[in-house]
Design a binder for this molecule. Structure first.
Ligand code: DGL
Length: 270
């Protein structure tokens, strides 16, 4: 099927999922929308995150996407079920894939989850993890300073290391823990710094790989893969500054991000 896959996030974080989608599904075209202007979503009330997410979805539905990937944990926690019921296309979130990936690697069955205030308050990860296995112990922690750090492009260096180290101090004391879920799609951009702070003993889990695997499985099952030969030209939209978006995207992606357009999303809703 020659239609794009839509990917949404509050900002640049969803690029960590888009990168995995490009790797695992190299023929598929992506349309990415990051609501950078209104990022972060994490501290916002639930109703506001829902409204912003629905606005993003409206924009992508007009682009005739064949599948939607909510590449934002906060938006997944608040809108996944609703969008799965509402839309006629398959809708995938990032929380269940992240939970599955963590359960595959933990030996001690003590799992840490870090995310935005919204994601942590929603308890979406403990629910998803316990749904798969009731034997797990989960330690979750909100890291409100991480998203602004990533959106500013400062992923590494002394300042980043200090913020990450201070924030993760409570989780570091938990000695039984062997697995840490990056429950926010922005956090994989901080992986090196997080690894440095947490040490080699802890497996760091990002949901991108498992999410892309799920997207691939659903597309095959529904027979909506693109079967042609042309190489995809991915499109990137942001509600914020295209310059900073491009800078971060090109640091992170293996694909040269050229087509970036700034849009005013709240005007797209009728
Ligand atoms: N990438 C979003 C997530 O996974 C970041 C949320 C935010 O904007 O605070 O939750």
């Amino acid at each position: 099927m020659d239609q794009p896959i839509g990917v949404i996030d509050s900002g640049v974080g969803g690029l960590t999922v888009a990168r995995e989608l490009m790797r695992q599904l190299p023929k598929e075209q992506l349309i990415y929308l990051g609501d950078t202007l209104r990022c972060p979503y994490g501290p916002r009330p639930q109703e506001e995150v829902i409204r912003f997410t629905l606005e993003m979805v409206d924009f992508l539905m007009e682009k005739k996407i064949k599948m939607l990937v909510i590449a934002c944990n906060t938006a997944t926690a608040y809108t996944l079920e609703r969008l799965q019921q509402q839309l006629e296309i398959p809708v995938i979130g990032v929380i269940e894939p992240g939970a599955r990936a963590a359960i595959k690697v933990t030996q001690t069955k003590h799992i840490g989850v870090i995310g935005t205030e919204g994601t942590i308050q929603s308890k979406a990860y403990p629910i998803a993890l316990h749904h798969i296995s009731s034997e797990l112990s989960i330690f979750d922690l909100a890291c409100p300073k991480f998203v602004p750090l990533v959106e500013s492009g400062a992923f590494s260096g002394m300042a980043a290391e200090q913020i990450v180290s201070e924030t993760l101090a409570p989780i570091k004391q938990y000695t039984m823990l062997d697995t840490l879920i990056l429950g926010c799609t922005h956090y994989p951009l901080l992986t090196e710094t997080i690894k440095k702070v947490m040490g080699d003993r802890i497996e760091i889990i990002a949901s991108g790989t498992e999410t892309a695997r799920e997207v691939s499985a659903i597309m095959s099952y529904q027979q909506i893969n693109y079967e042609g030969e042309r190489l995809p030209e991915h499109r990137f939209y942001t509600t914020g500054s295209p310059g900073l978006f491009e800078h971060i995207a090109n640091q992170w992606m293996d694909y040269p991000v050229k087509y970036i357009e700034q849009i005013a999303i709240d005007q797209t809703r009728k």
